[in-house]
Design a protein around this ligand. Structure first.
Ligand SMILES: [Zn+2]
Length: 153
């Protein structure tokens, strides 16, 4: 079992579409990371942030980092221990096909959290501990993240 699999997505009129992220999807890690990217790396340009996270890396991610300008391709045999950069499945030493995840295909047995990035903030949806269903989404405003920030890798 990967370490807290999750989905990062943009809203659609029916729900969302986004990419799978294998590791570090727990809200204690992911929310500060997304707030950092929004406030620091992308300077509140949500469209550019979504373009990077979803459109430019269609195969999805092993892990999300803090510096989108650094090399974000996969490294064989695997990223070095302690690597905190972006590592995708479509660049570098891997070239996997597009993986689209939607409100129809997301699976609470496998995906533990869904993060939908909206103009006002992030909708966070958790799976039940037994993976049997999705819980009611909670909302984290972008403005909640103006304070402490994780350091760049
Ligand atoms: Zn990629």
């Amino acid at each position: 079992m990967p370490n807290h699999p999750s989905i990062i997505a943009r809203p659609t009129h029916t729900g969302f579409h986004g990419r799978y992220v294998t590791n570090d999807g727990h809200p204690a890690d992911r929310i500060p990371q997304l707030l950092h990217l929004y406030h620091r790396a992308y300077r509140h340009d949500l469209d550019a942030m979504l373009d990077f996270l979803i459109d430019q890396h269609p195969a999805g991610w092993s892990q999300i980092g803090t510096d989108p300008t650094a090399d974000c391709g996969w490294i064989n045999p695997c990223p070095p221990r302690g690597d905190r950069g972006f590592r995708c499945y479509c660049h570098g030493d891997r070239s996997e096909p597009e993986g689209l995840v939607t409100e129809v295909t997301a699976d609470p047995l496998w995906d533990e959290w869904i993060y939908v990035l909206r103009p006002g903030g992030i909708t966070v949806t958790a799976a039940t501990p037994d993976g049997g269903a999705w819980l009611k989404p909670e909302f984290v405003a972008w403005s909640d993240g103006g304070g402490p920030c994780i350091a760049a890798a």
